[in-house]
Design a protein around this ligand. Structure first.
Ligand code: DGY
Length: 322
């Protein structure tokens, strides 16, 4: 009987999913959330046929050097900026991600975060817990309306479209900007109008970032972009932290050039820019937009399916026929 493929699981996983993996593979599982050093990952991957990794795990040339057996990396997440696709492709290693299964859950969260920022929910809760609430008053903690406002979506993939569909129920006007314009039928279904980047910023009441992170989108929302937003506007980021220049964001908030922000992702996460923690008008969450139990289970299940499909597939791409 031939040896079963060996698979590394980089972060702790649901027990039943590990058991399912164990039906197909020899599994080396990580028991605690770990920030693995590149050299340690490299040493592990040299023994593996496949790996199930998350956005915590950068996988590039350094990690896969000499990993002769490695045929597949399954990333749990739709974003895959932690993977160096060029290095993996050059080595003939298949890479997969988990789109679709998290779309609606992530859109729910993006919408909720935008509303929480607009209505100052975190600030209000901190104020209440601090015992500062003396009596109801007309003018405390006033926020911005979401219903009837202009929603500006930057990045109109599946999640952006799902957010736009939610906005129709709130009577919002939805503008979007994307690498390419959507087909007219999709625009009609989402009731969303395509505009240029500058116009998107200038007209936004609530700007939501849902675009992929890449060298092109690094610090796309910098001081110059923030200056194009109106002072009452809110900024919500559920994409990747590196898209926003966090110091410029703090400057804008501190000088009342931005209404509020809702952030689920951070440039150096899990380390936070200390200035963000000082801001009153921000809602900060720890990268949980896809974090419903059902969706996280679906993401992991899809990643496992991807791994099974990839490793059942025969030799590594580019290997000579046996
Ligand atoms: C993703 O899927 O890319 C998220 O950021 C993690 O859920």
């Amino acid at each position: 009987m031939s040896e079963r493929p060996r698979v590394w699981v980089s972060q702790p996983l649901f027990a039943d999913v590990l058991a399912r993996l164990g039906e197909h593979f020899e599994v080396e599982a990580t028991r605690e959330v770990t920030r693995h050093e590149p050299a340690a990952v490299n040493a592990i991957l040299r023994r593996m046929d496949g790996a199930l990794v998350t956005l915590n795990d950068p996988i590039g040339a350094e990690q896969i050097a000499g990993a002769q057996r490695l045929r597949a990396i399954a990333n749990v997440g739709v974003g895959y900026n932690n993977l160096d696709i060029a290095a993996l492709s050059a080595a003939g290693i298949l890479a997969s991600n988990t789109p679709d299964v998290l779309t609606e859950t992530t859109a729910d969260f993006g919408f909720a975060l935008m509303m929480a920022a607009a209505r100052r929910m975190s600030e209000a809760e901190r104020w209440l817990r601090d015992g500062q609430w003396q009596r109801w008053s007309f003018d405390s903690l006033l926020g911005a309306d979401v219903h009837g406002a202009t929603l500006a979506i930057l990045g109109m993939g599946r999640i952006g479209q799902a957010i736009a569909r939610r906005a129709t129920g709130f009577g919002m006007r939805t503008l979007y900007h994307n690498r390419s314009r959507l087909p007219a039928a999709v625009e009609a279904e989402c009731k969303a109008q395509y505009v240029g980047f500058d116009e998107l910023l200038a007209r936004a009441d609530h700007l939501v970032l849902v675009l992929p992170y890449s060298p092109q989108s690094h610090h796309l929302i910098d001081a110059a972009a923030l200056a194009k937003l109106r002072p009452h506007a809110t900024l919500t980021n559920i994409a990747r932290g590196g898209i926003v220049d966090e110091d410029a964001l703090c400057d804008a908030l501190e000088h009342d050039r931005l209404g509020a922000a809702g952030l689920d992702v951070y440039e150096g996460e899990p380390r936070l820019n200390p200035r963000l923690l000082q801001q009153r008008r921000v809602v900060l969450t720890p990268h949980i937009a896809s974090g419903s139990l059902a969706t996280r289970r679906a993401m992991v299940a899809l990643a496992v399916d991807n791994l099974i499909a990839a490793l059942g597939f025969g030799p590594r791409a580019g290997d000579p026929p046996s």
